[in-house]
Design a binder for this molecule. Structure first.
Ligand code: DX5
Ligand code: ZN
Length: 224
């Protein structure tokens, strides 16, 4: 993947809601339809009450996505992510780790960058935007959770746009804001108007009868 996979307005399909047994076909068609990055949700049944995928599975997805010309954005919803970044970095272009999950975020961001990935900080709905003030100049992107993480298909928390707007003020203009959770044709424009440019969606894409058409509709809404 050449160029910055996080630049511009983009919709990132989250494989959390993909039909796992048809994953290869679904991802190939989405990347060919213009999905320049795919979002992989990693959960450890500790930081969040659900368990998903690990590095080997991510390697398989990355092989396919990279081959099709896309990038891989790994969202680590795990306690103490420092123990995990080394295992995921070879298969990722960007990795976000939770502010709430590690007391030494500067060290962790530096390590993710040294491993060759863009480094993001993810922030839970219950954490105030200003918690990231001390990191604002040191991150490549911020992932704002608009739901309590753990499951696809939850409702967008209404306070999220105000938080995105506050982060937009705190962060340098070159640092994109990703919004993750509850993104639909109704909520995407609100998040975009608040200052987000990267829109993660699981159920609005993979829960639709035609995921490629749903991706195209969301992408059109992002650019409208
Ligand atoms: C939340 C995950 C999200 C999730 C979004 O736990 O981090 O990436 O897959 O799912 P939807 O788009 O269905 O809210
Ligand atoms: Zn996510």
């Amino acid at each position: 993947m050449s160029g910055n996979p996080l630049a511009g307005l983009r919709v990132l399909p989250s494989v959390l809601s993909a039909a796992m047994l048809h994953l290869g076909t679904e991802l190939e068609s989405l990347v060919r339809a213009g999905a320049s990055a795919v979002h992989v949700d990693v959960m450890d049944a500790r930081f969040v009450p659900n368990l998903t995928v690990g590095p080997d599975w991510t390697r398989a997805v990355a092989g396919l996505v990279h081959e099709a010309g896309g990038a891989v954005d790994v969202h680590l919803m795990v306690d103490r992510p420092a123990a995990m970044v080394r295992a995921f970095a070879p298969h990722a272009d960007a990795i976000s780790v939770h502010w709430e999950a590690d007391p030494h975020p500067h060290r962790l961001i530096a390590e993710i960058r040294e491993l060759g990935c863009r480094a993001g900080i993810a922030i839970n709905p219950g954490t105030p935007a200003d918690a990231l003030a001390a990191l604002a100049g040191d991150v490549d992107y911020v992932n704002v959770l608009a739901v309590d993480p753990g499951f696809a298909g939850q409702s967008f928390i209404p306070a999220s746009p105000a938080k995105i707007a506050r982060l937009r003020d705190l962060l340098p203009a070159a640092v994109p804001i990703e919004v993750d959770g509850g993104i639909s044709l109704a909520t995407l424009p609100v998040a975009r108007d608040a200052g987000a440019s990267l829109f993660v969606s699981a159920s609005s894409i993979f829960g639709a009868p035609d995921p490629v058409a749903a991706f195209a509709e969301l992408s059109a809404a992002a650019s409208a």
